[in-house]
Design a protein around this ligand. Structure first.
Ligand SMILES: [Zn+2]
Ligand SMILES: [Zn+2]
Length: 221
């Protein structure tokens, strides 16, 4: 670049641009270049701020039930238990109603057998066949009381499960991708370098600025 073809500073559009920023490729005058570096320094402070927050979060011990995935499991558990409780209540109500109805019918049948037995005894009118028949009828009534034959609990073998099973899936491909991005590639390395510089202190930018400007000026002359 010759001294006759002067390029304006892209920031103030007034002074001559003497230094080019490799990052944004803009040309700056001496004053604006310092301001530009200061602006970048502020942006880096923001990166460091986010970095420090993430560091704190990483160093914090895993609080039980604080992660949203754990909350997701808790939510699934709650919804599933609510479903079970609701269905259990409904079925319980149905069974109580059917048991009451069954007991009424059995009581009615029992009364009839009871009358026949009493009449047989009172009239002395019975033999082995009657005794056997009454015994069988009593046993049937007792069985019916314990294990009703006209209603039961059945498992619903529907195709889509009423409560969806959940499982934890680990995606090894995605994990590898994240690791690669943070350890290789130009952008990743630059970010890491910037962070380490910032951790050493943002003042370390000043000598770097002067060095860059000196280099550009000597190039120009
Ligand atoms: Zn300028
Ligand atoms: Zn720049």
């Amino acid at each position: 670049m010759t001294t006759t073809s002067k390029v304006q500073c892209t920031k103030c559009a007034k002074n001559t641009g003497i230094a080019t920023c490799d990052g944004c490729l803009a040309k700056f005058c001496s004053r604006c270049f310092i301001v530009h570096r200061q602006d970048l320094s502020k942006e880096l402070d923001n990166v460091v701020y986010k970095h420090d927050i993430l560091k704190q979060e990483l160093e914090m011990p895993n609080k039980s039930n604080s992660h949203h995935l754990l909350k997701q499991i808790d939510e699934w558990k709650k919804v599933s238990i609510d479903k079970i409780n609701q269905l259990a209540d409904e079925c319980r109500t149905d069974i109580v109603r059917l048991l009451d109805k069954n007991q009424d019918q059995l009581t009615d049948s029992f009364r009839k057998i009871s009358n026949r037995i009493r009449k047989g005894r009172d009239d002395e009118d019975y033999d082995e066949r009657d005794l056997s028949k009454w015994m069988t009828e009593l046993k049937q009534l007792k069985d019916e009381l314990i294990k009703p034959s006209n209603f039961r609990i059945e498992e619903d073998k529907q195709r889509s499960p009423w409560i969806q099973k959940i499982r934890v899936c680990e995606d090894f491909h995605e994990q590898a991708k994240v690791e690669n991005e943070s350890t290789s590639g130009g952008a990743g390395i630059q970010k890491q370098n910037h962070t380490s510089v910032a951790l050493a202190g943002s003042k370390s930018f000043l000598p770097k600025q002067e060095k860059t400007m000196t280099k550009n000026e000597s190039k120009k002359g």
